[in-house]
Design a protein around this ligand. Structure first.
Ligand code: OOG
Ligand code: NI
Length: 265
C-alpha cells in the first residue's frame, strides 16, 4: 500500500512542479540527500456533492488514510478535514471546501457552471488529485470570483492539484529552526507570506509554520491566457505533546493566514 501512496504523491508532486518551479529550487536549497520529507499536502474544493471534500478523500481512504480532524473558517467560509496514513512517514493531507451557499447568486452560478462541466469519470479516478482544470472559464468570470473569494478564483483557475507541499523541518539534516529555514529561503531570493508575520503558530500550539508567496504561472482562460498566482511551498515544525509524540493536527488560526499565500502580491 505504501508503494501506491508514494507513487500517487510522486504524480501529485510532478503536476505541482509544473506550475511551482520555486518548490524544486527550494527543495534543493534545504535538502542534503533524502531528508526532505513532506509534512502534508493541501487541497481545495467546493462543498457541492459532486466534488465535495469526501470525493477527494475517497482516493486517500482507499490507500490506508483515515480522517483525523476538522476545522472551521468563518470569515473565509470554509470547512476542512485532515487525513493521516497508518504509516506516519506518508504525508498528511489537509482538504478544505468552500461553503458555496454562503456566496452571492452570481458567484454561485459561476461555481455551479464549473462543477457541472466536470466529467464524473475524472472525479472517480485517483488521478483526479492531479487532474488540474478540466473545464473552461473566462477571465471575466475568474475576476468576478476574485472579488468575493480569492479561494474560489484560485480553484476555478487551477483545478484539482496540490495547492502546496510542506517541508517537515523536523526531518531536515541541516536546519533545525523555522527562522533558519526562512532565512535560507529568503537568501535564495524567494518571498515569504508575511500575513500575520512570517512565522505562524509556535511551540505553544505545537505547530510552527511559514510559507512562500505563490509562484505565478500562465492560465489558459477561455478567452485569453493570463499569469496569476499558482501554488506555494510551506515549512512546518511540529512539537511533542505531553506523551512525547509529535502533534499531528493543524491550527485553524495559522491555517487562516496560510490560505492567503495565493493572494496576488
Ligand atoms: C490550505 C491552508 C491551510 C495549513 O498548513 O494550515 C494549511 C490552503 O491554502 O489551501 O495548509
Ligand atoms: Ni499547509
Amino acid at each position: 500500500m505504501t508503494a501506491q501512496v508514494t507513487e500517487l504523491f510522486n504524480n501529485i508532486w510532478n503536476n505541482y512542479l509544473e506550475v511551482t518551479p520555486s518548490a524544486k529550487e527550494i527543495h534543493q536549497l534545504l535538502g542534503s540527500g533524502n531528508d526532505v520529507i513532506n509534512d502534508h499536502v493541501a487541497y481545495r474544493t467546493f462543498n457541492i456533492e459532486k466534488v465535495g471534500l469526501e470525493k477527494l478523500a475517497q482516493h486517500l481512504l482507499a490507500l490506508g488514510y483515515s480522517e483525523c480532524g476538522e476545522y472551521h473558517f468563518e470569515a473565509k467560509k470554509l470547512y476542512a478535514k485532515h487525513y493521516e496514513h497508518t504509516d506516519s512517514t506518508m504525508p498528511k493531507v489537509f482538504i478544505s471546501e468552500l461553503l458555496v451557499e454562503k456566496f452571492s447568486p452570481a458567484i454561485q452560478a459561476i461555481i455551479h457552471k464549473v462543477v457541472d462541466s466536470i466529467d464524473e469519470s475524472i472525479i472517480a479516478q485517483q488521478s483526479f488529485l492531479y487532474s488540474g482544470k478540466t473545464w473552461d472559464i473566462s477571465y471575466s468570470d475568474y475576476q468576478a470570483l476574485l472579488v468575493e473569494s480569492e479561494y474560489a478564483a484560485w480553484l476555478s483557475a487551477w483545478g484539482y492539484r496540490a495547492n502546496h507541499f510542506t517541508v517537515s523541518i523536523n526531518h531536515l539534516a541541516q536546519y533545525q529552526t523555522i527562522d533558519a529555514v526562512n532565512s535560507k529561503v529568503k537568501a535564495g531570493g524567494f518571498t515569504l507570506n508575511a500575513t500575520g508575520g512570517e512565522v505562524k503558530g509556535g511551540e505553544d500550539v505545537k505547530l510552527e509554520q511559514s510559507s512562500t508567496l505563490a509562484d505565478k504561472a500562465l492560465v489558459q482562460f477561455s478567452d485569453k491566457a493570463v499569469e496569476i498566482p499558482s501554488c506555494f511551498y510551506e515549512f512546518a515544525k511540529r512539537y511533542p505533546l505531553e506523551n512525547g509524540e509529535l502533534y499531528t493536527g493543524f491550527v485553524a488560526a495559522s491555517a487562516d493566514k496560510i490560505f492567503e499565500s495565493t493572494n496576488a502580491a
